[in-house]
Write a protein that binds this ligand. Structure first.
Ligand code: SF4
Ligand code: SF4
Length: 327
């Protein structure tokens, strides 16, 4: 069996935000049950991407050590830490001790609406301060990440302009429900024509870019439009094969939405868990009703089978979708 290419690792479910589109912060967390830094040494060397997530990962005092263990185990992996950015000086200090990591700071609106969505007064100022401190500290793979919800129509554009103005990357996603992660949030999922138009506008902008990397991001945005419109996912899902999700207690799932438990890495090796559950995981993934579209669940199958996405990018450039209103 080929090794996985990507994973999301939630290192804690503790969180200092109170987001409307996520229930993780409501959990009672016993930090004694969280995996220790050394427990990440088994992560497969095949990984190209590790998304360190939470909760809020920077609430772990040993996050620097966790990243160091991950880097030794997975030398080819780009390590991306997702943060709410609520602790600017702590985050700056810890990232400074980590060396080469990517950081994405969540910002869902360019102003006080972000505070409402995140449930924390001053959250926007703190997130921006975090991003600017990291930029000043020389973190080059740095960006703002915005989640489209029913509550922030039209705000992705504003966040992208802030990111562009700072010379940072911008990433967009949409609210998802997950029985094992975010909780049930179907009502937060964006549905409106305005949300679609905004995503399509950013897609066209990225298609006009000279950077091939932006064309791939445009393809991702095309899939995000499908998700918002309730259409089937345009890329076959390979959860459990090319990607997996690891929760803070060691539970392994094919992805951070599917509730199909593969086992606990405290009870057996990751490879044994994969092998033992392979047939069931393939069946459940094939029947999955979620049709999710998130960077973490889309990138690994894009790397494994790039022809479809490349054909879309070439077609979109040829058809000049970048300058048309349609998709
Ligand atoms: S979305 Fe992230 S920052 Fe917000 S409550 Fe959930 S884990 Fe915390
Ligand atoms: S389509 Fe289903 S199984 Fe595949 S990554 Fe999304 S939620 Fe998981």
């Amino acid at each position: 069996m080929m090794g996985p290419l990507g994973c999301v690792v939630a290192v804690t479910y503790r969180c200092d935000a109170r987001c409307t589109m996520c229930d993780i912060w409501k959990q009672e967390v016993d930090r004694e049950t969280e995996l220790a830094a050394s427990d990440y040494a088994w992560l497969p060397a095949s990984l190209r991407s590790i998304n360190v997530s939470g909760g809020e990962p920077f609430l772990r005092d040993d996050l620097v050590e966790i990243v160091s263990v991950m880097r030794r185990a997975c030398p080819k992996a780009r390590i991306v830490i997702s943060t709410n950015g609520l602790a600017p000086s702590r985050i700056e200090r810890m990232v400074g001790e980590m060396g080469d990591v990517a950081v994405r700071v969540s910002v869902d609106a360019a102003g006080s609406l972000h505070d409402e969505i995140r449930g924390v007064d001053g959250a926007y100022e703190r997130a921006i301060e975090t991003a600017l401190r990291l930029r000043a500290a020389g973190v080059s793979d740095l960006g703002l990440a915005a989640t489209s919800t029913e509550g922030n129509p039209g705000e992705l554009r504003g966040v992208k302009e802030v990111a562009d103005g700072f010379g940072m990357e911008f990433a967009a996603s949409a609210a998802h429900s997950s029985p094992i992660f975010f909780g049930e949030h179907e009502s937060e999922r964006p549905h409106s024509d305005r949300a679609v138009a905004e995503i399509a506008g950013i897609m066209r902008e990225w298609l006009r870019s000279p950077r091939p990397r932006d064309w791939a991001k445009a393809y991702y945005m095309r899939g995000l439009i499908d998700y918002v419109q309730g259409k089937p996912r345009r890329l076959a899902c390979r959860a459990g094969l090319d990607l997996f999700f690891l929760d803070p207690k060691g539970l392994v799932y094919p992805c951070n939405i599917s509730g199909t438990l593969m086992g606990n890495v405290r009870d057996g090796s990751f490879e044994d868990l994969r092998r033992a559950t392979r047939t069931e995981v393939r069946r459940k993934v094939a029947e999955c009703p979620h049709q999710c579209w998130m960077i973490c669940t889309v990138s690994p199958p894009m790397w494994r089978r790039p022809l479809g996405p490349l054909a879309w990018m070439a077609g979109a450039k040829l058809l000049k979708l970048d300058s048309r209103a349609g998709q």
